[in-house]
Design a protein around this ligand. Structure first.
Ligand SMILES: *Cc1c(COP(=O)(O)O)cnc(C)c1O
Length: 496
């Protein structure tokens, strides 16, 4: 066969493209990537992926290696998360899929239970800090979303959740911990109250599941807690697997069977699976399987202890920076940092200016917008850090960067949403006056993005993110969401 392009040329182009990516290794990006710092683990994962490259993970009866690997990963996860033999589960492609399946299962159990099958719209109850994957689940599966306001530290009062429990609640979700603030939700109280009322309780341990078992001073949150009916835990976070692997564990075989979809009613092969995808790669499963076998609980514990040391040290460093503060009582290797408004304005460090400035020093932190809760209270804008084992290798340089960046932007006023809005062109302001953005067509949305200076999305994100985050906070959410859809959609449109 004569190829259009030679493999070597194609790969050369790919490596050039990869050069432009944020660095996935070395501890310079403190979100999205979970680097064990162990090159041999990456090699092992790559070899495992290669070994199953042609396998179709759809059918574990045809490709029996898939069944063996999945069984072993689930067994490991079940032991780690305090489950007994009544806990069963599935390996999924990621946290979002695990969360979607928890919601789908709970919805179907709710519908099917009771003396007469329930009708109407079931409700999903959770603190407002619950991961956005649950908003997506509710959107996909037709539930009503009931988000309960949290305190300034991202902490929810169990009584606020319990007060809203009712017959129409199909699922209450708590996090161990939450992504945005690393807040540990009151799992024991909420699960007990849910169990009393026959309501399912999911613990979203997507980020904590593979690290909290080795963390000190953590309130009970796993299957040892009565009333917990399911747990999600991402292998591709603190299980150090390449992207595409998570587990959803369910208490009770009958509950878990509801997760499955099966049909023989078409002229093709019977479809029977517990996940959202059909044909799928077995690569992430094989990589995750190989990595947990290599690390075992001892290896995971050692990596977690490294994360804990780095987290403690960064907490001290940031706690010592005048003008910034650590939000709430974070549990696990993540921190949310906000502006310390208890000091005079000229001594404050705006959390978003700080993040942009830290980037100048070679580290990428994640900006999180402020949020107005349903009771009118406001959760402040924060900057997020996820700490991984590799953080230890750069801890001194990182700490110095965090301190220096704060010194460089101390006293710089936060970007004023009002001032920013005043600079917008007339057409943008007109759209803002009409927050019902649904009818916005693609061309109009693109025009607005251009007017906001975000037209050339193929150039990547702007150097400084603080103005963008201020804009996101200032504009009506439906309009922002519509514009972001346009931005992302145009990013991958073939060139004209
Ligand atoms: C990351 C995360 C998710 C979603 O996981 P993805 O793997 O990104 O789909 C859900 N919940 C929490 C708490 C998370 O940290």
């Amino acid at each position: 066969m004569k190829f259009d392009h030679q493999p070597a040329d194609i790969l050369e182009r790919l490596s050039a493209l990869r050069e432009a990516d944020a660095p996935t290794h070395g501890g310079r990006v403190l979100s999205y990537v979970y680097d064990s710092g162990l090159a041999e683990l990456d090699e092992l994962a790559a070899s495992a992926i290669r070994a199953v490259q042609p396998v179709n993970g759809l059918d574990p009866t045809t490709f029996t290696s898939v069944a063996v690997m999945e069984r072993e990963v689930l067994g490991f996860a079940r032991d780690l998360l305090g489950g007994d033999e009544d806990v069963v589960g599935t390996v999924t492609t990621g946290g979002t899929e695990s969360c979607l399946l928890a919601v789908k299962t709970a919805r179907d159990v709710w519908r099917g239970s009771g003396s007469s099958a329930r009708t109407g719209t079931p409700r999903l109850l959770a603190p407002v800090t619950v991961h956005a994957a649950f908003q997506k689940a509710v959107h996909y599966f037709g539930l009503e979303l009931d988000l309960v306001p949290v305190g300034p530290g991202g902490d929810v009062a169990a009584s606020d959740l319990i007060a809203r429990m009712g017959d129409d609640v199909a699922l209450v979700v708590v996090s161990a911990p939450s992504y945005a603030h690393a807040a540990m939700d009151p799992v024991v109280e909420v699960a007990a109250a849910a169990a009393e009322r026959g309501i399912a309780c999911h613990v979203d341990a997507c980020i904590g599941g593979w690290v909290l078992p080795f963390w000190e001073d953590v309130e009970p949150w796993n299957f040892e807690v009565p009333g917990v009916t399911s747990i999600s835990a991402d292998l591709h976070k603190f299980g150090y697997s390449p992207k595409g692997a998570s587990v959803i564990l369910q208490r009770g075989r009958d509950r878990q069977r509801t997760q499955y979809f099966a049909t023989t009613q078409w002229p093709g092969y019977p479809i029977v699976n517990p996940t959202i995808l059909g044909s799928k790669s077995a690569g992430p499963l094989a990589a995750a399987w190989a990595i947990i076998h290599a690390l075992g609980t001892n290896g995971l514990a050692e990596l977690s202890q490294s994360c804990a040391r780095s987290t403690r040290s960064l907490r001290d460093v940031i706690g010592g920076i005048e003008g910034l503060r650590v939000v709430g009582n974070p549990v696990g290797p993540l921190l949310a940092i906000a502006t310390d408004e208890s000091v005079a304005p000229e001594r404050r460090v705006d959390a978003h200016h700080w993040a942009d400035q830290v980037r100048e020093h070679g580290f990428l932190l994640q900006l999180q917008p402020s949020l107005v809760q349903s009771d009118g209270s406001v959760l402040p804008a924060t900057t997020h850090l996820t700490i991984t084992p590799v953080t230890a290798n750069v801890i001194d340089e990182l700490s110095a960067a965090l301190v220096a960046a704060a010194d460089e932007v101390r006293g710089v006023a936060p970007i004023s949403a009002e001032a920013l809005l005043a600079t917008l062109p007339a057409e943008a302001l007109a759209a803002l006056g009409n927050p019902d953005a649904a009818p916005l067509d693609s061309a109009t949305a693109a025009g607005l993005l251009g007017a906001l200076g975000l037209g050339a999305a193929t150039e990547g994100l702007p150097e400084r993110m603080a103005p963008l985050l201020a804009l996101i906070a200032a504009m009506p959410a439906p309009l922002t969401e519509r514009l972001l859809i346009e931005l992302l959609a145009r990013l991958i449109e073939p060139e004209a």
